[in-house]
Design a protein around this ligand. Sequence first.
Ligand code: SP5
Ligand code: ZN
Length: 343
Amino acid sequence: MQTVFNAGHALHAATHEFFRGRLVPAFEVPARADYILQAVRAAGLGEVLAPVDHGRAPLERVHSARYLDFIEGAHAEWLSTGGEGDAFPAVWPVRSLRSDLEPISFAARMGLYSMDSGTPLTAGSWAAAHAGAQASLTALDLVLAGERSAYVLTRPPGHHAGADFFGGYCFINNAAVAAQAARDAGLARVAILDVDYHHGNGTQAIFYDRADVFFASLHGDPRTEYPFFLGHADETGAGEGVGFNANFPLPVGVDNDDWFAALDAALARLTAYQPDLLIVSLGVDTYGGDPISHFKLDEPEFRRMGERIARFGAPTLFLQEGGYATEAIGRNVVAVLAGFETE
Ligand code: SP5
Ligand code: ZN
């Protein structure tokens, strides 16, 4: 399996994130990608390629131009309006407040275009996220050209980012950009399987009223786990999209057997859908040793996950999402990808 590596990932480097009113050391750090790259090379998984620039148009198929403009200029604007270091939002247009008008105030626009204060927007966030989307499009090209699979090694992750907001460490929704690009390349049906510990609220929202992209997700129950406000089992799609969204919320500490039963149930739904392409939002924060999550998968389970996804039998694009046990992340990711390769 070939890897498309976003070497620009390190431009997004936060030292701290907001948590319970304090700055705590950031979890989503450049070393994550370094460890994965090392493990991919050590395992001899396959060639490591650089992204090819596909421009901004494929991003605008998913995100609003206004949002992309904002993210591109946000850090410079933060500095020019008196901010120091990384930028954080502090005010949001919640129920009864208006989000249909774009304010002039930078602080107000930070709130309009975000969902939480736990996502540092750094000087290099746009460059890193933009390059990650290019890596995703490059890996998609490999699969469209007939490769059985490809892996996108990138950060920041993408699945929490919506059409016009950032959050959950995510700015550009790589899975959504790739899925839309696959549709635009002529594939009729695309399935997204999100196995990150956290519900992929951004991806779900982007495709919620559509039948041409099926979103299925296994994740910590949003009643207790981030992103809290989406990811319940009764979210099955809207309008033409009814029946093309499937959530499998699982309790904190879920048994590995129950996690795999949910994976089988999700894949059964996707089998009935008969997609032309499977995109896997591959977060490995389901690892037992993850510092911010509460599932119990380990290397044998990650390998089994890869085998199970391979048996699904569709051309498969793996995209890196979460995983915060930095020293174990390479081993865990490679276990999934190597498991896929052996099937
Ligand atoms: C892509 C992805 O996995 N995003 C996850 C975003 C999680 N944001 C909430 C983080 C809360 C950190 N909690 C720290 C607890 C330390 N004991
Ligand atoms: Zn996650």
